[in-house]
Design a protein around this ligand. Structure first.
Ligand SMILES: Cc1cc2nc3c(=O)[nH]c(=O)nc-3n(C[C@H](O)[C@H](O)[C@H](O)COP(=O)(O)OP(=O)(O)OC[C@H]3O[C@@H](n4cnc5c(N)ncnc54)[C@H](O)[C@@H]3O)c2cc1C
Length: 322
């Protein structure tokens, strides 16, 4: 099976989860190509080859500097035609899932989104994906050509840099009209760890209500100690305690860190939909009956305003930072 993997870039820099999509593709097939679209993406293209793509299709142009769904969809369709790939795989970021869906719609091809795993069944890609807000895992496949799937960030091991080199096919940007006008691009603050890339997330909920500022301050301090990202429930976001970009859940980010620490979050199904697949879940809640304890590996019944600072100083002394 020939698999084409979308390597997502932003401002010439790779979205590192793309290497996970490449790693998964390489575990399924030895005929894997990559497509890199952007501006000044020469290094990323070389990396794609070094990490095992047999052929790297590159569209490097100022008009592709920022993600544009119309233009990128046209480019990917051109690369799919040139490569005759059987499957197209992207990482399930905001851009990756938009792109996969648009390519699928234009080509009348089936799309299995947000897979936690992928396998091959008689040359058909089978995706294991959460449904019903993560309560059930379903296997889904499509018989279309190409087959299209997205893989949730942190669901697979990144393709390693083996120092290999690929055939590089440089293509011109496809002539296409864009209905999008990019007015401004706002980048995350330097040093801020993105939720979807984080190994560790410390999240706060409405449980911080008695002093939201202090609550998210101590949550932020624990996150700093653990080099973690800060997450939040929708209740915390809706109450204005923290910005939307931190929201985890059905209408926020879907995350899969190695460790998720939930502080003062009750565990509504819409929150669990975003973090239930985390590898290790630690819960701090003063109500021992809170539903979130049902998904916890470790639970602490207590007041987060006491427990979180205590965890932080314990973590600091363990990490010799005190
Ligand atoms: C269509 C739809 C989409 C939604 N999408 C999302 C989503 O993406 N993400 C999301 O999170 N929610 C989402 N929700 C909202 C969701 O249903 C819940 O309302 C929300 O998750 C509750 O947030 P919470 O757990 O912080 O608040 P609560 O449910 O109010 O829970 C607060 C918890 O804090 C505990 N607590 C209180 N004080 C302390 C303390 N001092 N120390 C320790 N614990 C304490 C309480 O015991 C309680 O368990 C959505 C809802 C709908 C209808």
């Amino acid at each position: 099976m020939k698999i084409l993997v979308f390597i997502e870039t932003d401002n010439g820099a790779v979205h590192t989860s793309s290497w996970e999509a490449l790693g998964k593709a390489l575990s399924l097939s030895d005929d894997v190509s990559a497509v890199v679209i952007g501006q000044n993406v020469g290094d990323v293209s070389a990396q794609a080859g070094a990490r095992g793509a047999r052929t790297v299709y590159v569209i490097d142009d100022a008009s592709r500097a920022t993600f544009d769904l119309d233009l990128y969809t046209a480019d990917v369709k051109a690369v799919l035609a040139a490569s005759d790939a059987d499957a197209f795989l992207a990482i399930h970021t905001g851009n990756g899932r938009d792109l996969a869906a648009a390519v699928g719609a234009d080509l009348n091809a089936g799309f299995v989104a947000d897979c936690l795993d992928l396998r091959l069944d008689d040359d058909t890609l089978v995706g294991t994906r959460p449904i019903y807000s993560g309560n059930i895992l379903a296997d889904a496949k499509t018989s279309s050509h190409p087959q299209i799937a997205t893989l949730r960030p942190r669901a697979a091991t990144a393709a390693a840099d083996t120092g290999a080199s690929a055939e590089v096919v440089t293509m011109s940007p496809t002539a296409a009209e864009s209905r999008v006008q990019v007015l401004a691009v706002e980048h995350a603050q330097t040093g801020e760890i993105s939720l979807t890339d984080a190994n560790i997330i410390v999240s706060g909920g409405r449980g911080v209500a008695k002093d939201p500022e202090l609550g998210f301050k101590i949550i932020g301090e624990l996150a700093d100690t653990l080099r973690a990202a800060v997450g939040a429930s929708r209740a915390a976001v809706d109450a204005g305690y923290i910005e939307y970009k931190h929201q985890v859940g059905q209408t926020g980010k879907v995350v899969r860190p190695d460790l998720y620490i939930a502080c003062g979050i009750s565990g509504a199904v819409q929150h669990l939909a975003g973090m239930g697949a985390s590898k290790l879940i630690v819960v701090i809640n003063k109500d021992s009956e809170a539903p979130i304890f049902s998904v916890a590996n470790y639970g602490i019944v207590g007041d987060l305003f006491e427990v979180v600072p205590a965890m932080n100083s314990a973590a600091q002394s363990k990490l010799h930072k005190a």
